[in-house]
Design a protein around this ligand. Structure first.
Ligand code: PLP
Length: 448
């Protein structure tokens, strides 16, 4: 086995980029809420010969020979997921979260039927019916919203559902900081005869670790990515609940057929093996501690940010992220905060806020998450320090503005980019970030 040595001499361009990415991850605070650090044991199977195999079909029913080992791997992954999430049926083949959600549509809806999901700029995901996603094009999408206080407007959900009679209602989002009201959403779905599909992509690790209520008693189907709080490889799963099978005894079969042959070809068997390892890790007692710490950390971070005068959507958080509303400094400020934080090595993403006054590309907030830095071992004292660093950086960008029109915006963003690189405070915080990262090593012992 050549390890990284042969790659280094054979393909130095790719080797160098991979090496530089390892350094970047080590020397920055990864605070994008949808990211995490998979363990080396999860990463390992991804780079094996499992990537060579074709396994179209399902265990015991493949279209190709030589699948006895792949069957064993897929069966283990399914069994672990069934046990961990307490569901009767799991499909572990979706390539990622978006294809998993498309497979649910393919199983349940005909083109043109009504679907409901949380509006994108209110925190929802593209695949829940947003206009630029094919899900908004193929189906009649009726989005629901959050109230001005940032909580899901369940009265609006009920009103829209009764008026529009959706076939499917999504619960779950990408930028929502409170516990999802699974029970209330289920009441609405049951009232109008809709399927309730919980997309727990963001919170799967919290659900598995007991730090967020499970949707399994309320939803008919649960989809999730495996690479966020669940700390697995990039991939996804679709789970059918007992409630789902009671509504439609063929639901498991419909989901499996929608994934293959409906939407996909051969599964990524290397990913399936890595998902199995991640599920094993997530069923250990340490993972419950991890999930609880992720939430404690995001609460501590939120309190620290509030002490620095920053406004949080809903005033706090129940999960792994906080959403900072920067409108006190003007609309569309997310880009300045994100880019200045990037320079100091605090990696976050700009995000829309409830009743967004600007646009998804120039939104007025930033989304900050604790899953990855909690994996590194950071706790409340570090959150207090990071909150202060973020406060210091945001103080440096307050006086910029995105302007009235495109021309003004381009000029202002260019001026900001010229000035921020030599900002003394920004440079000082960069040093603090490097020092903090050095105390919490990442992928120790791995050298390229
Ligand atoms: C709630 C939700 N669902 C689905 C997805 C899609 O996952 P992927 O990016 O793996 O397609 C995401 C990704 O961010 C998400 O936040």
């Amino acid at each position: 086995m050549g390890g990284f040595k042969t790659l280094k001499s054979k393909d130095p361009e790719i080797f160098n980029a991979i090496n530089k990415e390892l350094r970047r991850q080590r020397e920055t605070l990864e605070m994008i809420p949808s990211e995490n650090f998979a363990s080396w044991d999860v990463i390992l199977p991804l780079g094996t010969w499992l990537t060579n195999k074709y396994s179209e079909g399902y265990s015991g029913k493949r279209y190709y020979g030589g699948n006895e080992n792949i069957d064993a791997i897929e069966n283990i992954a399914i069994e672990r997921a069934r046990k961990l999430f307490n569901v009767p049926h799991v499909n572990v083949q979706p390539y990622s979260g978006s294809p998993a959600n498309f497979a649910v549509y393919a199983a349940l809806c005909k083109p043109g039927e009504v679907i409901m999901g949380q509006n994108l700029t209110d925190g929802g995901h593209l695949t829940h019916g947003w206009k630029t996603s094919v899900t908004g094009e193929f189906f009649r999408s009726v989005p629901y919203h959050v109230k001005p206080d940032g909580y899901i407007d369940i009265d609006e959900v009920r009103r829209l559902a009764v008026e529009n009679r959706p076939k499917l209602i999504w619960v779950g989002a990408s930028a929502y900081v409170r516990e999802f009201p699974f029970e209330e959403m289920a009441k609405v779905a049951d009232e109008v005869g809709a399927y309730l599909v919980a997309d727990i992509a963001h919170i799967a690790g919290l659900v598995a670790g007991g730090a967020h209520k499970s949707p399994v008693d309320y939803a008919h189907i649960v989809t999730t990515t495996t690479h966020k709080t669940l700390r697995g490889p990039r991939g996804a799963m679709i789970m059918v609940t007992e409630k789902g099978l009671r509504k439609d005894p063929d639901l498991a079969d419909k989901i499996d057929k929608a994934v293959f042959p409906g939407l996909q070809g051969g599964p990524h068997d290397n990913t399936t093996a890595a998902i199995a390892v991640a599920l094993l890790e997530a069923s250990q007692p340490q993972f419950r501690e991890y999930a609880a710490q992720v939430v404690k950390n995001s609460r501590a971070l939120g309190e620290s940010l509030k002490r620095r005068g920053l406004h949080l959507v809903t005033g706090g958080t129940d999960n792994h992220m906080v959403l900072v509303d920067l409108t006190a400094y003007g609309k569309g400020m997310g880009i300045f905060a994100q880019e200045a934080l990037d320079l100091v090595g605090i990696v976050v993403n700009r995000n829309t806020i409830p009743a967004e006054p600007s646009s998804p590309f120039y939104p007025s907030g930033i989304r900050i998450g604790t899953p990855a830095i909690t994996t590194r071992g950071m706790k409340e004292p570090e959150m207090e320090a990071i909150g202060n660093m973020i406060g210091d950086v945001v103080d440096q960008v307050k006086d910029y503005s995105i302007g009235k029109d495109r021309e003004e915006r381009t000029a202002e963003i260019n001026r900001f980019r010229r000035e921020v690189v030599s900002n003394a405070k920004v440079q000082e915080v960069r040093t603090q970030v490097i020092e903090l990262c050095s105390r919490f090593p990442l992928y120790e012992g791995i050298e390229m």
